[in-house]
Design a protein around this ligand. Sequence first.
Ligand SMILES: [Fe+2]
Length: 191
Amino acid sequence: MHNEYFREVGIKSNVRGYFLDHLIKGEEGGTLVYHDFIVKVIPDAIISMDPFLSSLMGLFPFRSCLLIMEPLSCYNWHTDPTRGAGVNMLVSAEGDPCLFKGEALSGNADKITVLDYKPDTYYVLNTQNDHMVVNARSIPRLTFSLEFFKDRNNKILSYSEINQGIYEIESSLMVSSRTPEKLTSVRNQIC
Ligand SMILES: [Fe+2]
């Protein structure tokens, strides 16, 4: 799915379970407070285990973390002050969606677009549109998130620029995943 607010990345994650086992249940990674969240910093060694993230790191270097959102809390409408767009994934087994504010209706009412995270799936988020998260559950909500180094130097990477780079990563990884055996099988079906 692709709209002006978010896009689903076509390459699935293979490190979500590792995040849970080694960063949340284990002792790996430091904890700090960042933009009103408690976060667990993700070591680069874990990033290198995931084909999509390691490719993204090569194109747009970043640092990443797990955001730990308190039970029964909300992060109000905002645009991100230090990044043009983000790449997120829900790490919890289940969790509430991210909401993007649309056109105003009447009074305090607005239209919304809902990003309901699929399992093991990365999304590019246009964080220059107003967005918010409500964790209406009585357990912490865990998400993977990142910050591009280029953004930190005030050279804001745009949603479209990041998407263009990710299109190229998807094409490259999808081609490399077609093994010679699979190609032979496809060729035999065509002939
Ligand atoms: Fe945000």
